[in-house]
Design a protein around this ligand. Structure first.
Ligand code: M6R
Length: 603
């Protein structure tokens, strides 16, 4: 959720922190702060809102020469987004930044207050710095004090701490929230994600849960969960930042919608062969003994999971259940060992999905993750992983992640079908032909974008939107509604078209907007009747279909296609562009919508 950066070395520290935080700002942007210790001098700056406010506030500050520095960009969990609650939190001579939630902070805070400590913020994080200084005051050396502190914390955290007592060290600990250590030229970096250190660090080590230690100069001492000193191997850090820039588009979300058609080519590369699907990441016998599939995910990834359930059952003839990860965690689910547990996550760091995966593993299930970020916590926790290869997704509203996930799950259902021998070669070849056409269905034609731009002005008010679809177009309707509400702040629901008459149709009037997904390849006549029922009640209808529909108030014509998934992708693009254009007209921040964060690493 929040973003953390740390640095030990000789370079200008403020620049390094601000640069890194800019890369992480998508994780949370309620407030930001930095703290630097240069020999004996402690300096910190905090600002509410976007990082630019912090930059402005600290503009005259420079921090050359050897020193240590930590920075943070916040997505508020405990306490309002104000300056006092912004990180780094300050004790008498130490600073701390933290991502995650300290679940027992109330008890720790009460105990510290009883001991005379005064708290400045409403955050859970502040207990860390006061606990640490209490340990220091009891006579412990800084590292001992840090160890004693983290042993008292329950919950998920990634934390960095610096103190005037040891001004050449950064103390770190990771449990449940992501953090890595980067190594450069006589310098050490810390970050929640590698994008913050690309171009700076040459190699990285991704910390495991329970690990902690300190960096001093360019040396790192690392300890495992049992307190044993641990040797570790770094891996080279590749990649450049160009792909993460906007390339002339107004917003990252817009750029990412346009990119879909090319990134799916990467998703398929080396996997979609002439006559079969292959995943070299999965061993030949991976599906042996698997009788059913359970998928857990959140948000957009949950919608791609729902789409996959239609594909697995229809194509691979294997039972597939889907659950929202945050619900799954507490329902005491009955799990059987012949079920494959699949998690889907763009970031690979979503706390609920990660915990669901850990539960399934404890129950002895085999696990597979579908993820966009290699080396992320979910990937590392899974028995096997298939990367979606969407490239960095920066817009908080997920677009290319959904496209690549859905495409990959379609490929996976064919792969499972192949393994189970439930499809013949003719069917496989025709599906492969359709898969290869998907980049074309994902192309954004300027004619289409212009039309959606013009139409969007008619959809800026009303008392709500219903996105309706049937079969696999129902999850797409859910996703279309999620996109719209995330960035327009208008109320939108996704609904199975056939279910409208069981209640929601009571809302129908001219101020209710229905976005009807009417594919020609699947249940066209059924959905047409459902839309007619709404039209009879004067609902304003925007129909998306290859077939003219005379009752529609507005109509977006899609290509006639031979395959249901090609229609799916084309309609997906329409719903994404519609959400984008409505949000732009309403003057909202498309890439950083209010109250949201890109990566939800808290429960
Ligand atoms: O990184 P994940 O795919 O696990 O994230 C899950 C959701 O938080 C995410 O899909 C969220 O719903 C998006 N902002 C939707 O656009």
């Amino acid at each position: 959720m929040c973003g953390i950066v740390g640095y030990v070395g000789d370079k200008e520290k403020k620049e390094i922190l601000i640069d890194g935080l800019r890369e992480l700002e998508y994780r949370g942007y309620d407030s930001a702060g930095i703290a630097v210790i240069n020999s004996d001098t402690l300096t910190h700056f905090k600002a509410v809102g976007k990082l630019s406010n912090l930059e402005e506030k600290s503009s005259s500050f420079t921090s050359d020469g050897f020193g240590v520095a930590i920075g943070h960009t916040r997505w508020a969990t405990h306490g309002k987004p104000n300056e006092l609650n912004a990180h780094p939190h300050l004790g008498k001579k130490s600073y701390v930044v933290h991502n995650g939630i300290i679940e027992n902070y109330t008890a720790l805070k009460d105990e510290l207050i009883d001991g005379g400590v005064e708290f400045l913020s409403q955050t859970d994080t502040e207990v860390i710095v006061h606990l640490f200084e209490r340990e220091l005051n009891s006579g412990k050396l800084a590292f001992e004090a840090f160890k004693a502190t983290i042993s008292k914390l329950h919950g998920a955290y990634a934390t960095l701490l610096i103190t005037k007592d040891e001004p050449d060290r950064i103390f770190f600990a990771k449990n449940g929230s992501p953090m890595l250590i980067g190594f450069g030229d006589n310098e050490v970096y810390f970050a929640s994600s590698d994008t913050a250190v690309i171009g700076k660090a040459d190699s990285v080590y991704y910390l495991e849960d329970g690990e902690y230690g300190f960096a001093k100069g360019d040396e790192v001492e690392l300890y495992d969960i049992d307190g044993n000193r641990k040797d570790f191997t770094t891996i080279p850090l590749s990649g450049d930042k160009l792909s993460a820039q906007k390339d002339g588009f107004r917003f990252f979300m817009e750029k990412e919608i346009y990119e879909q058609s090319s990134v799916v080519v990467d998703t398929m590369m080396g996997r979609v062969l002439d006559k079969r699907i292959e995943f070299e990441e999965i061993s030949e016998d991976f599906f042996d003994g698997i009788e059913s599939i359970k998928i857990c995910a959140c948000g957009t990834s949950y919608h791609s999971a729902l789409s996959a359930s239609y594909l697995f059952e229809r194509i691979a003839k294997i039972r597939c259940d889907v659950e929202i990860a945050s619900e799954f965690r507490y329902k005491e689910p009955l799990l059987s060992s012949n079920t494959l547990f699949i998690t889907i996550s763009q970031s690979g760091e979503t706390a609920d999905t990660l915990e669901a995966l850990k539960m399934a593993k404890r129950a002895g299930l085999k696990s597979l993750s579908i993820c966009n970020v290699d080396n992320s916590s979910i990937v590392r926790e899974s028995d096997a992983a298939l990367l979606t290869r969407a490239g960095v997704e920066k817009g908080v509203a997920s677009t290319k992640a959904f496209a690549t996930q859905t495409l990959l799950l379609w490929m996976l259902s064919l792969y499972v079908a192949q393994k189970r021998g439930v499809v013949d070669s003719e069917f496989l070849e025709s599906e492969i032909e359709a898969l290869r056409k998907s980049p074309n269905s994902l192309k954004v034609e300027s004619r289409l974008h212009d039309k959606i731009h013009r139409l969007s002005k008619r959809y800026l008010h009303g008392h709500g939107f219903f996105f309706i679809g049937r079969d696999i177009f129902f999850p797409l309707a859910l996703e279309g509604a999620l996109k719209l509400k995330e960035i327009s702040y208008l109320h939108a629901e996704g609904y199975p078209a056939g279910e409208m008459k069981h209640g929601p149709i009571a809302l129908a009037d001219s101020e209710l907007f229905t976005i009807a997904l009417m594919p020609k390849t699947l249940l066209y006549d059924k959905i047409k009747s459902n839309v007619e029922e709404l039209s009879a009640r004067d609902t304003t209808i925007l129909a998306i279909s290859p077939e003219e529909f005379e009752l529609a108030d507005d109509f977006i014509k899609t290509e006639s296609s031979s395959h249901v998934m090609l229609e799916f992708f084309e309609m997906m693009v329409v719903t994404q562009l519609l959400a984008l254009e409505i949000s732009v007209r309403l003057g909202n921040d498309v890439d950083m919508p209010r109250n949201l964060a890109k990566s939800v690493t808290v429960e």
